[in-house]
Design a protein around this ligand. Structure first.
Ligand code: UDP
Ligand code: MG
Length: 314
């Protein structure tokens, strides 16, 4: 943050992606409004990600009463990451704070985020403490993902960092230039660098409705998180291939030894079948990994926009 900003009132943007969040909009606004009131210039950008419920009309009603409330409506459901990107792209603040609509990210933390920013950090992310409300399955899969991504990818993502963070204008401008189809904003934020810091918080349960992240969406997000930052899985395939090939080589030597130097007939059927199946399986997995990258390259090659904004009807 530049010197001149320190002396003037900052313009604070808050970005909230919403997908079928009708039950949460009002409660979220009621919690956000008093916090934001202490910053004279602020905006609250709701991005509607193709909701099928009352979300849009609720946001429109809010924006009629409060001029700082803005609505960006996507033409269909593009997914959380794309909605978040749409919000970041259109936010005008000196700093931009993103949080979920379901009140799992406590708005009371916003002043702390801004304080850190004013101390000179350009990225202030939040790290949730272990959440007892989450299902066992969700906690386990999330842990597994962070472990895996740390092993497989060059970009380090800390356990429990969600898309609840503050970004300086400069960082937002950098992110704006990136238009990748497979967005994993957490990874990109870590990748861009700048001065980063974290604050931790106790997560709350979802206020209303249920999580929109199905296991399928979580899986594809996790896959994007790993494959868009690293080609290590491809390198691992090669290592695994080499490993299996050398095992096969050793076994081959053994087979030759048996054949040449002993009288034993070759029973062999079970071991042949097993090894064929094993190698077939490994090959299919590796083909899948390869296909993931080729497919992503193919989709990126089309250069389709990450999201489409529907113009407001007046
Ligand atoms: N969301 C979205 N598009 C989607 C799915 C989710 O904009 O396709 C929003 C959702 O409204 C919420 C945030 O992304 O504000 C996080 O979603 P959710 O709470 O369902 O995920 P979880 O907290 O369970 O990871
Ligand atoms: Mg949530």
């Amino acid at each position: 943050m530049s010197e001149e900003l320190l002396n003037k009132e900052p313009f604070v943007s808050v970005v909230v992606p919403c997908y079928n969040e009708a039950g949460n909009i009002q409660a979220l606004y009621d919690q956000l409004a008093p916090v934001l009131a202490s910053y004279t210039s602020h905006e609250l950008v709701f991005v509607d990600d193709g909701s099928k419920d009352e979300t849009v009309s609720l946001i429109e009603a809010l924006s009629k009463k409060d001029a700082s409330v803005k609505l960006i409506q996507l033409s269909r459901n593009f997914g959380h990451q794309a909605a978040l990107k749409a919000g970041l792209d259109s936010a005008g603040g000196d700093c931009v704070i993103s949080l979920d609509a379901d009140l799992q990210h406590p708005p009371e933390l916003i002043p702390d985020l801004i304080k850190k920013w004013q101390e000179g950090f350009e990225v202030v992310f939040t790290q949730r403490e272990e959440d007892p409300n989450l299902s066992w399955m969700k906690r386990a899969t999330s842990k597994l993902f962070y472990r895996l991504s740390q092993k497989l990818s060059s970009v380090q993502i800390l356990q429990g960092t969600a898309d609840f963070r503050l970004l300086d204008r400069e960082v937002v401008d950098v992110l704006k230039q990136l238009d990748e189809s497979y967005l994993f904003i957490r990874g990109l934020v870590s990748w861009v660098g700048f001065k980063q810091t974290a604050i931790s918080y106790k997560p709350q349960g979802r206020f209303a409705g249920k999580s929109n992240y199905t296991y399928r969406k979580m899986f594809s997000l996790a896959l994007s998180g790993i494959t868009s930052f690293s080609i290590r899985p491809l390198q691992l395939s090669m290592l695994l291939g080499l490993f299996i090939a050398s095992l096969a080589g050793i076994y081959g030597l053994y087979v030759i030894y048996i054949f040449v130097f002993t009288e034993q007939a070759m029973p062999g059927w079970a071991s042949t079948t097993a090894s064929v199946l094993f190698i077939g399986g490994v090959q299919l997995i590796m083909l899948g990994v390869l296909g993931e990258y080729v497919g992503k390259g193919f989709m990126e090659g089309k250069r389709r926009p990450t999201y489409i904004i529907r113009k407001p009807k007046t």
